[in-house]
Write a protein that binds this ligand. Structure first.
Ligand SMILES: Nc1ncnc2c1ncn2[C@@H]1O[C@H](COP(=O)(O)OP(=O)(O)OP(=O)(O)O)[C@@H](O)[C@H]1O
Ligand SMILES: [Zn+2]
Length: 720
């Protein structure tokens, strides 16, 4: 009798053993359907020696139901699942769910109805339908695709179908994917780029090779790693590019198409289920040669991966903050290791963790020191708000306003950066001082005037701004305190009524399509001033954008977590990097109350190396990451005393281990989130300590009820 061990997609279950019925062929990695009580579960066959479970006698084993007709999950992916589960203290099932995220993809071949012009043009076609029919340009596709292509609504398309102008065609849902051509349109690289590109191309097919591609903004890092992708394609291998925001995928797809002749496969949360199925099947079969995606694309079962690129590798959004709390950059390096392939971490502002890996010889570094085509890096100046303050009730200093005016007169584009969504971060009653707080979180309600709502940025709770203060009953007494991007947009509109402005935040650019519209408008010169959050700081290339104003450079330094200064530096350096990327030089004005703060001083004087050295020394001295390790244990419950009780018991049970210290428990800074009260413990450990092992044993010795949640965040990035 053959028995197998199966990891199911159910996180509440450990691995389970089954009997393989006669005639069924399974191997490690096979995706199978297994019975559990009256239900059926999807799971993956695992090497039994790698995962422990309760032994069940042969006679009690139930037989597997079936094997799914998809390729087995490859070896390196199974190793990645084990590593991620071990390192981030998450159930293997939770990680495996990211490998098999679409149940539709696991089903067999599927038929799909598409529509194509029948060649009959019905009489009396409305002008709108006539235009839609022309807009199809003879294509075939689903109603939705045709509507998208023609720029009309689905119902117009359905009208055409009912009128007989479009007819149904049955096709397989798994249409062939376009294959990128490495020689479609190669760029003419400059000397520096050529060297870096050659070195990356050389690495393809030659084993594990982590590379930090450190190039100033606008130096052509993308062009350089595209050459590595081209080599990967020539060798018939798959490549994966991870981007930090799905808003960046759309411009990336266009750029990729210009270089390789067709779009890569995109993977992100905004895909429709049919697209997700198609992408997953193409990836798993090896047909999809290049995938670009958000962090979750990292776990997909590429059978033949040849290269991973992590673009904007400094971005904090690579850290997943719920579910499996993994860092996609670090996990990507592990995947590259299991696959035995190169990985490129591309960034203009390498994080201290990655720089350190270069210093100790684990990663190699390739540098691009200058901007492409002779464009110079922008000139950066601080505006001291204590000397040059904006008028009362305004946020832009006179110097910045003058520069904006000059830019508008020259017909050049400007960008104002403020990392705060909405109109104002705080709303209070002028009469009694009442502040609007989220009922579910320790957070202020943020006014969003465009949506006419107060919103909590932590849980999404929204309410209309009340007419009267709920505390004192005074009418029309609410005042907005402080600026958000919408308020800056209002200020620009008052100062320059003719300027065309765009607010760019996750509220306005929530999908790749909206991002594409924004990029189109910028490129067409239809926007004069962009007011945006961190969403506009990265990746974009607008040659006519010559002025960047940082509205509040001190903002990121508040809160004071471990990486606050570094993050501020990166953010301002990145947003500054949007200026002067074409033939016109760029200027950056940084508004601050403290021009002598090390971050600001380093930015203005261009002494990045000095800043990093000081930051690194400080971390080394305090044994903070990457020189020491941190893990946070967060205990939450709806009942504050339950959370407190369990947190206290965990604190008391903390083992005495050399090289490890435990701080807390204490109420988390975000003491309530989504209605749950939160207590935090912080574990600080020496670099060499297997802190996960310690925490696993430690927590195994403490019990808590079902209403309490305990989560461990290894290498935390958020300290809230
Ligand atoms: N060799 C080249 N030939 C033609 N165009 C190039 C070349 N190198 C760079 N460019 C162009 O210069 C611009 C900046 O390049 P790219 O976006 O790759 O820079 P980057 O280093 O990724 O910048 P950032 O870090 O700011 O995102 C792009 O429009 C790119 O197409
Ligand atoms: Zn909330």
């Amino acid at each position: 009798m053959q028995r197998v061990r199966v990891v199911t997609l159910n996180a509440a279950l450990g691995p389970l053993d089954y009997r393989v019925p006669d005639g069924m062929n399974v191997e490690p990695g096979s995706v199978v359907v297994a019975p559990l009580g009256p239900r059926q579960l999807i799971g993956v066959v695992w090497e039994p020696e790698r995962l422990q479970t309760e032994e069940v006698g042969d006679n009690r084993l139930r037989p597997l139901v079936s094997v799914m007709t998809v390729p087995p999950v490859p070896d390196p992916v199974r190793r990645l699942v084990e590593w991620t589960s071990d390192y981030y203290l998450a159930p293997p099932a939770s990680v495996l769910r990211m490998v098999l995220p679409s149940s539709a993809a696991l089903e067999g071949p599927r038929q799909l109805t598409e529509y194509a012009p029948t060649g009959q043009t019905p009489e009396r076609l409305t002008p709108q339908r006539k235009k839609a029919l022309a807009g199809i340009e003879g294509r075939q596709g689903t109603i939705r695709e045709l509507a998208d292509h023609a720029g009309v609504s689905d119902s117009v398309m359905r009208g055409l179908m009912n009128a007989g102008a479009l007819g149904p065609v049955q096709v397989t849902a798994d249409r062939p994917l376009a294959c990128p051509d490495p020689d479609h349109s190669p760029p003419d690289l400059n000397e520096e780029q050529r060297e870096a590109a050659a070195s990356l191309a050389e690495a393809i097919g030659n084993g594990f090779d982590p590379v930090l591609l450190d190039g100033v903004t606008g130096s052509g890092k993308t062009e350089v790693y595209f050459e590595a992708i081209a080599e990967c394609l020539r060798q018939g291998k798959q490549a994966l590019v991870l981007l930090p925001e799905i808003a960046l995928t759309e411009p990336f797809l266009k750029r990729f198409e210009a270089r390789f002749g067709c779009e890569p496969v995109a993977w992100h949360s905004d895909l429709r289920s049919s697209q997700r199925r198609r992408a997953w099947r193409g990836i798993a079969s090896g047909e999809a040669k290049v995938t670009v995606g958000a962090r979750s694309a990292l776990f997909l079962p590429y059978p033949n991966l040849g290269l991973i690129v992590v673009d904007e590798a400094h971005e904090p959004s690579f850290k997943q903050e719920d579910g499996v709390q993994y860092h996609a950059r670090d996990t990507a390096v592990m995947r590259a290791k299991f696959e035995d392939i190169p990985i490129v971490l591309s960034t203009a502002t390498p994080p201290i963790e990655s720089r350190h890996m270069v210093e100790i010889g684990r990663y190699r570094e390739l540098t691009l020191a200058s901007r492409f085509a002779g464009a110079s890096l922008p000139e950066m100046r601080a505006i001291d708000l204590t000397q040059d303050p904006p008028p009362r009730g305004r946020w832009l200093a006179p110097t910045l306003v003058n520069e904006l005016q000059a830019n508008l007169e020259r017909g050049e584009q400007s960008l104002l950066f403020l990392n705060r969504r909405g109109f104002a971060p705080l709303t209070l009653c002028r009469n009694c001082g009442h502040r609007f707080q989220c009922p579910n979180c320790t957070a202020w309600m943020v006014e969003h005037r465009l949506m006419h709502r107060l919103a909590c940025h932590h849980c999404g709770h929204v309410m209309p701004p009340p007419k009267a203060c709920p505390e004192c009953g005074e009418e029309d007494s609410l005042v907005a305190c402080g600026p958000g991007v919408e308020r800056i947009a209002d200020e620009v509109a008052e100062l320059f009524p003719d300027a065309r402005t765009a607010v760019v935040t996750s509220d306005t650019i929530w999908s790749p399509l909206r991002a594409a519209e924004f990029v189109g408008a910028m490129e067409a010169g239809a926007i004069d001033v962009v007011i945006g959050t961190q969403l506009v700081t990265k990746g974009y290339h607008f040659p006519n954008l010559t002025l960047v104003g940082v509205v509040d450079a001190d903002l990121g330094l508040q809160g004071g977590d471990l990486r606050a200064a570094e993050r501020s530096f990166q953010q301002i350096q990145q947003v500054a990097g949007r200026a002067g990327r074409g033939d016109k030089p760029g200027r950056v004005l940084v508004q601050t109350h403290d021009p002598d703060a090390p971050v600001i001083a380093a930015l203005v004087s261009g002494d990045g190396p000095g800043f990093y050295e000081a930051e690194t020394d400080a971390r080394r001295e305090a044994a903070m990451p990457p020189f020491g390790r941190l893990a946070a244990i967060v205990v939450s419950a709806e009942d504050p005393s339950e959370a407190e009780g369990v947190a206290r018991r965990i604190g008391i049970a903390a083992p005495q281990v050399e090289g490890m210290a435990v701080f807390g428990p204490a109420p988390a800074p975000l003491a309530m989130l989504r209605g749950r009260h939160r207590q935090r413990l912080l574990v600080h450990a020496a670099r060499m300590l297997d802190v996960q092992d310690v925490i696993r044993d430690w927590l195994a010795g403490v019990e808590w009820g079902p209403k309490v949640r305990v989560s461990v965040d290894v290498d935390p990035y958020s300290f809230l």
